[in-house]
Design a protein around this ligand. Structure first.
Ligand code: C5P
Length: 230
């Protein structure tokens, strides 16, 4: 394994666990770049819909992923995303976009097509990478790997609140059902299933306040960065 050019902090875990919040917080505190790898899979799902490619057409989805024309901008803690020059920031955040992303994410061809894109995000002065396989596949030599977990019920409750806050109207029962379905698909797929890397620090956030979760993540990040020069 070759050494990474810059420090990389990989944060993995299931949907709704607070990875996005933890990664956004760390990247702005440390001034590091942020990779939201889930948005790439969401974009591939949306691009397949635009191109009329069925999500179970492996070769078709792989082609779409290879031709992905997207750009990203981080401003004020918010990620803005464009595809084919059209802003799709809101379009890729729906529950359907999450489900479609997890359907294209079982496809090894799609995962391979997105690999270089993700690795190129490791730029000066450092990277915080948010996903499912950051510590296991994309950055196996990341200096710090964190795996966040929480019960399905708690994650559904948090996601439901997030959706309500963003003006989407859904029931908690529907969010819970979709989350269970997505969890099974993400954990049981053959290609890069969701699992903690062997050397990951595992944090169950089910009963933690947001501040307590961020405090632990900050502590691990500070320990890692202060040991870098040694
Ligand atoms: O994190 P987010 O909810 O945006 O991810 C959407 C879906 O994309 C996940 O449910 C998962 O199936 C897929 N994904 C993945 N590998 C990643 C990031 C996301 O398979 N590194």
């Amino acid at each position: 394994m070759t050494a990474l050019p810059v420090p990389v902090i990989a944060i993995d875990g299931p949907s709704g666990v607070g990875k996005g919040t933890a990664c956004g917080h760390l990247s702005s505190r440390l001034g590091f770049k942020l990779l939201d790898s889930g948005s790439l899979y969401r974009l591939v799902g949306l691009a397949c819909e635009w191109d009329g490619v069925s999500l179970d057409d492996d070769a078709g989805c792989t082609e779409v992923a290879r031709a992905l024309d997207a750009s990203f901008e981080h401003a004020n803690g918010r990620l803005r995303v464009w595809m084919n020059d059209r802003e799709v920031s809101a379009l890729i955040r729906t529950e359907k976009a999450g489900q479609d992303a997890s359907k294209v994410a079982v496809n090894q061809g799609v995962r391979d097509a997105l690999l270089d894109w993700q690795r190129h995000a490791a730029k000066w002065p450092g990277l915080v990478a948010d996903g499912r396989d950051m510590g296991t596949v994309v950055f196996p030599n990341a200096g710090l790997k964190i795996f966040l977990d929480a019960s399905t019920e708690e994650r559904a409750r948090r996601r439901h609140q997030q959706l309500l806050d963003s003006g989407q109207s859904v029931t908690l029962a529907a969010v819970l059902e979709e989350m269970r379905e997505r969890d099974v698909r993400d954990r049981t797929r053959e290609a890069a299933p969701l699992e903690a890397a062997q050397d990951a620090k595992i944090l169950d956030t089910s009963t933690l306040t947001l501040d307590a979760m961020l405090g632990q993540v900050d502590q691990w990040a500070d320990e890692y960065l202060s040991n870098l020069g040694n």
